[in-house]
Design a protein around this ligand. Structure first.
Ligand SMILES: NC(=O)c1ccc[n+]([C@@H]2O[C@H](COP(=O)([O-])OP(=O)(O)OC[C@H]3O[C@@H](n4cnc5c(N)ncnc54)[C@H](O)[C@@H]3O)[C@@H](O)[C@H]2O)c1
Ligand SMILES: [Zn+2]
Length: 354
């Protein structure tokens, strides 16, 4: 892994695009125009630059959007010496990363993340991907590659326009890193409110936790699977909401936080996680994310879990915790046990049944 992650993004950017035949900037149209204008201004000094704007969100992680990007690259004459730049959150960099890694077998790639999730997670580690519309509905991130960006350029000012619920979603992904590392970082994170003022000082550390894990296992042959904490359930819930055209209903980080609440409960039973600590953590998390109107039935969740891309030989894999800072990525689910535990969980946390 040889990406540079830097807060002096402008200087790094200039050096990354030096001598490139074309800068292709894919930007989220939900962003204030000034963000892409500033970047185009920097690029245009020495480079031919093309801007494509699309509206970010989970709905763009499709092969149709991928093909739209390939066509645009073709129309503007991008070649192997071109550089592909993404300005946006995780959906823009997941889609753009796949385009960059496959167009003409791969062109240079830069990510300028504009969400908390982007800065602490999606931009780091070189995974990209789109969702698959399968015979059991939408399946998250089933098509993708490993492809490292040359630069991850961080500018906290870009977070100023981020809606509050997206900041909270970022909190959910930062929670995952805090539980994986435990110790003083978790204690600091527990004292942080899910708002920008509290989270910004923790963003670089949170990203470092991911970077450390990825550096030791770039292609996910082992330890990197830890980063799926909360994601087996999280992705299942997100996919079910996408199927029901409720794409905006649950944010990625909130789905992950629900996955983590369930994981903590199961970890007490299966891995001896301290019961009192789990209860304390669960209360803290649920107080922030709030109860849900609807959590899906076990059979629906199970169907999605069976298609999770971590699974091998038909085993449904998950990540559990022995304690904060000590996770196990070898956990395998049995359907019967999952069904009982999930239905009990739903009863506790569905708003309608409280
Ligand atoms: N590749 C990875 O390793 C990885 C890791 C974590 C998450 N992800 C993926 O990332 C996605 C979630 O990331 P996300 O929350 O950044 O998604 P996102 O790109 O959908 O951004 C969330 C919303 O905020 C808007 N937005 C983005 N930046 C903004 C800004 N600065 N101001 C105003 N609005 C802004 C977007 O238009 C979108 O509506 C999921 O698809 C998830 O699977 C990937
Ligand atoms: Zn995630």
């Amino acid at each position: 892994m040889n990406s540079v992650r830097s807060t002096s993004w402008e200087n790094e950017l200039k050096s990354c695009i030096r001598g490139k035949s074309l800068v292709f900037l894919l930007a989220d149209s939900n962003l204030p125009d000034s963000y892409s204008k500033d970047i185009v201004k920097v690029c245009k000094i020495k480079n031919k630059t093309h801007l494509l704007k699309i509206k970010g969100g989970e709905q763009i992680k499709t092969h149709q959007h991928l093909i739209q990007i390939y066509n645009e690259l073709d129309v503007v004459g991008a070649d192997r010496k071109s550089v592909f730049m993404c300005l946006g959150g995780g959906t823009i960099s997941d889609l753009g990363g796949l385009a960059a890694s496959t167009y003409k077998r791969g062109i240079d790639f830069i990510i300028l993340p504009t969400t908390v999730i982007g800065m602490v997670d999606a931009a780091i580690g070189g995974k990209n991907g789109i969702n698959l519309e399968s015979n059991v509905g939408i399946l998250k991130n089933q098509i993708g590659t490993f492809y490292q960006p040359k630069l991850i350029g961080i500018n906290f000012k870009w977070l100023d326009s981020l809606p509050k619920d997206e900041v909270k979603s970022g909190w959910g992904e930062m929670l995952k890193h805090a539980l994986l590392i435990g110790g003083p970082h978790l204690e600091k994170f527990k004292n942080a409110e899910p708002n920008l003022a509290s989270l910004i000082p923790l963003i670089i550390d949170s990203g470092n936790i991911k970077e450390g894990i990825v550096r030791r296992d770039v292609k996910e042959n082992g330890e990197r699977a830890l980063l799926n904490l909360g994601h087996t359930i999280g992705h299942a819930i997100e996919s079910l909401e996408l199927d029901s055209s409720n794409a905006s209903e649950i944010k990625h980080g909130i789905a992950v936080a629900w996955g983590i609440v369930f994981t903590l409960e199961v970890s007490v039973r299966k891995l001896g996680f301290n019961d009192a600590l789990a209860k304390q953590l669960i209360k803290w998390i649920v107080d922030i994310i709030g109860y849900r109107e609807h959590l899906w039935e076990s059979k629906e969740v199970w169907l999605k879990m069976c298609k999770d891309k971590k699974n091998t030989n038909g085993n449904v894999k998950d990540v559990m915790l022995r304690s904060p800072g000590d996770a196990d990525w070898h956990f395998t689910w049995e359907r019967e046990e999952f069904t009982i535990l999930w239905e009990q969980f739903r009863e506790r946390y569905e708003l309608t049944s409280c």
